[in-house]
Design a protein around this ligand. Structure first.
Ligand code: GUN
Length: 298
């Protein structure tokens, strides 16, 4: 019914491939070898998969990559020690500590320990602050990917009503700040809805663009969107499905089938925002390496 060549579909696999091709070209001409350090604490199965994918992408692009795995019981000081080692390594241009961390580790303390110049996740308060005031900084990978998807799909954003559902530090808040900037491919009127919002539908019905990032399976229904809206689905949810051989299926935060009919453009799950995150991580790491080698990003 919906194939990915369909013009309504914003195809994250295709767009992330063009970002990756641009990275390959830049590496070919500049001969830099970006270095990425990955730190994984514990055995969260989703985190294991994400880290493996990041390692594989580094290999494909010829990046220098190092992964440090620590057990669930590791102490905060052990994680800090690894971060300090990578902060002072000249071969490492990007440091990523996979989240979530075990509960006994203070996430903010870990994020703040990463040298903000190697913070390719864009989570350090220096980068968060710079993003808010429109200065050059590392932009968190998933929000950066969403921005690139909208830009490369020629979605008009200036002056449009954009509703973000979800206020996480990883997606909701940064994507709202990106799309608020006075810039050609942003410049939106931004509303953030969250768990305490009285009537989310009242807001989403006015939205030209909706970014759903709340982690609730198929939360956004067709009767919550207006005709012609652009829908970006950040959710990756595992739901029980007895008709599937695995007993489960993966769905987003958007009721895709129903919203597809009304939307002018929509991202699928999988194959939407997901592949963009890794591509933008690779881009941030390359930019960091370029800055270190040439003192500039391009
Ligand atoms: N966990 C889920 N998303 C992310 C991300 O973008 N970066 C890190 N470090 N951990 C995550």
């Amino acid at each position: 019914m919906t194939d990915l060549k369909d013009s309504k579909i914003i195809d994250g696999n295709r767009i992330s491939s063009s970002v990756i091709d641009e990275i390959k070209n830049q590496i070919e001409t500049t001969k830099v070898t970006p270095g990425l350090a990955l730190i994984l604490v514990g055995n969260n199965p989703a985190s294991e998969i994400y880290v493996k994918r990041k390692e594989m992408k580094c290999k494909e692009l010829g990046y220098h990559s190092v992964t440090e795995r620590l057990p669930e019981t590791a102490e905060e000081s052990q994680v800090l020690e690894l971060i300090h080692k990578f902060n002072s390594s000249s071969e490492i241009h990007g440091i990523l500590v996979q989240l979530p961390l075990p509960r006994h580790i203070n996430e903010m303390k870990i994020i703040e320990a990463v040298d903000y110049r190697k913070d390719v996740d864009g989570f350090h308060p220096v980068n968060v602050g710079r993003l808010v005031i429109g200065q050059k900084c590392f932009i968190p990978c998933t929000p950066y990917g969403i921005y690139e998807m909208l830009k490369r799909s020629s979605v008009e954003t200036s002056g449009r009503n954009l509703v973000v559902i979800g206020r996480s530090n990883i997606v909701g808040k940064p994507v709202a700040n990106i799309m608020l900037q006075k810039e050609k491919h942003a410049d939106c009127t931004v509303t953030i809805c969250h768990s305490a919002t009285a009537n989310i539908r009242e807001h989403t019905l006015k939205a030209d663009i909706i970014i759903a990032a709340i982690g609730k399976p198929e939360f956004l229904k067709a009767d919550m969107i207006k005709e012609g809206a652009v829908i970006i689905d950040v959710g990756i949810n595992k739901v029980e499905d007895s008709s599937s051989p695995k007993g489960y299926r993966i769905c987003g935060d958007v009721d895709f089938r129903a919203c597809y009919a009304k939307a002018s453009k929509i991202t699928p799950v999988p194959g939407g925002v997901g592949p963009m995150t890794i591509a933008m991580l690779m881009k941030n790491t390359l930019d960091s390496a370029m800055k270190r080698v040439y003192g500039k990003n391009h």
